[in-house]
Ligand binder design. Structure first.
Ligand code: FAD
Ligand code: UDP
Length: 373
């Protein structure tokens, strides 16, 4: 078989690039090591509920072009993410906003909340935050940090907040208004028919080979059944360090384990996302999938999310974008630039080793296809 483009990975980066390549008249093959398409946005119908198999995925963007693009391939509902956080027997609204502060301190006005935060950090004298702990303390004060950030972050990243980059916490909005919308983006929602259907449409016209690991394929340019594949260009969305046989050493990732169960109740926790912010609870959050689509099914499906350090064989979910790993990634990025001369391009969360949201991955895939197609 001969194709113009061989794409490794059927996640959003691979699927968007595939769509653009197909629409420009190229022939496209996709290799996917899992037995299904979609990468981490894959959803699966179980008991009529769209289960987010690799963790909750809420689409949000302020990029109008990206929003219009995804709406060509899926109808989005009007879901707004408003998680709550449980710490011991206390419950707080997220992101950090007047509802959180009011519950935490029994206050009502923004001025009272700001005064409380200022009082809690007055002795610290943080001018430019050097790490996540300093960033969090300077933004929300000690109580919110201790109850809602410290334990959760330590579980999520397996490192103390003092060893993590400040930008991670800046992903969350901080508001002095009563507004529980977790995102500040202009557009937000969940595909009514699930993400998998959206990715199917993106890939329509490509030859998709699932259950095929690129690193097995690479030995002979052949699929597991022996079919030979030739191609002019390779788009690689797997881990960049593995592509180069870890020649500079392995990059670090965080992995996640999901424990999913169906329960014979119609509503388990009253919200799609409930975070458990205390270090004593082993999981970081519980997702109740039906609430992403306002489901009315008589049963429910929940997933507990456990975060762990990545080891060979596990799924690498989150790049750890601290200084050490970013510096290592730069070495691989240098090699990747050289590979471009051979028609090999890297992209996506693992190919670019970046903590990207879906909209950023789509924008990046559109940008690459704009440059090279
Ligand atoms: P992936 O989806 O990881 O796709 C890469 C594909 O390549 C995978 O299918 C993989 O199996 C395949 N692959 C890898 N190696 C090989 C190989 N050797 N051979 C063949 N195939 C291979 N973003 C949001 O915007 N909103 C959210 O709410 C959100 N929640 C998230 C929750 C979790 C738990 C995680 C982990 C991520 C979340 N994200 C969210 C980020 C989002 O998942 C990513 O931005 C997006 O899915 C990345 O797409 P991708 O194509 O780069 O990578
Ligand atoms: N975070 C936290 N408490 C929470 C939720 C998030 O401390 O209840 C911190 C944590 O460090 C996390 C970061 O905020 O890594 C970003 O959260 P987000 O929900 O964006 O993480 P995601 O799982 O989407 O990557």
């Amino acid at each position: 078989m001969k194709y113009n483009d061989l794409i490794v990975g059927s996640g959003l980066f691979g699927a968007v690039y595939a769509r653009e390549a197909l629409d420009s008249g190229r022939t496209v093959a996709v290799l996917e090591k899992r037995d299904h398409i979609g990468g981490n946005v894959y959803t699966k119908k179980v008991s009529d509920i769209d289960v987010h198999v690799y963790g909750a995925h809420i689409f949000h963007t302020s990029d109008r072009e990206v929003w219009e693009y995804v709406n060509r391939f899926a109808e989005f509902n009007n879901y707004i993410n408003s998680p709550v956080a449980i710490y011991g027997d206390e419950l707080y609204n997220l992101p950090f906003n007047m509802n959180t502060f009011s519950r935490m301190w029994g206050i009502r006005t923004p001025a009272e909340a700001k005064a409380k935060i200022a009082e809690q950090i007055k002795d610290l004298d943080i001018k430019s935050p050097k790490n996540l702990e300093e960033q969090a303390l300077s933004l929300v004060g000690r109580d919110v940090y201790e109850k809602l950030i410290k334990g959760y972050t330590q579980k999520q990243w397996g490192r103390p907040c003092t060893e993590l980059p400040a930008f991670i916490i800046k992903r969350l909005p901080l508001r002095f208004i009563y507004d529980n919308n977790y995102f500040s983006d202009r557009y937000q929602g969940i595909p009514v028919d699930g993400y998998t259907a959206m990715v199917e449409k993106l890939l329509k016209g490509a030859d998709v080979y699932t259950g095929q690991d690129f690193f097995d394929f690479r030995k002979k340019n052949a699929l597991s059944d022996g079919t030979q594949i030739e191609y002019d260009r390779l788009i690689f969305t797997g881990p960049i360090d593995k592509y180069f046989d870890y020649c500079y050493g392995p990059l670090e990732y965080r992995s996640v384990r999901f424990e999913t169960e169906e329960l014979p109740v119609d509503n388990f926790q009253g919200n799609a996302v409930v975070n458990y912010t205390s270090a004593d609870v082993p999981y970081t959050r519980i997702i109740e999938h039906k609430h992403f689509n306002f489901g009315k099914q008589p049963v429910t499906i929940i997933s507990r999310e456990y975060s762990s350090e990545w080891k060979p064989g596990a799924e690498p979910y989150y790049p750890v974008n601290d200084q050490k790993n970013n510096a290592l990634y730069q070495k691989y990025a240098g090699r990747a630039k050289e590979e471009e001369k051979k028609g090999v391009y890297f992209g996506g969360r693992l190919g670019g080793y970046k903590y990207y949201n879906m909209d950023q991955v789509i924008a990046e895939a559109l940008s690459l296809s704009g440059q090279i197609l």
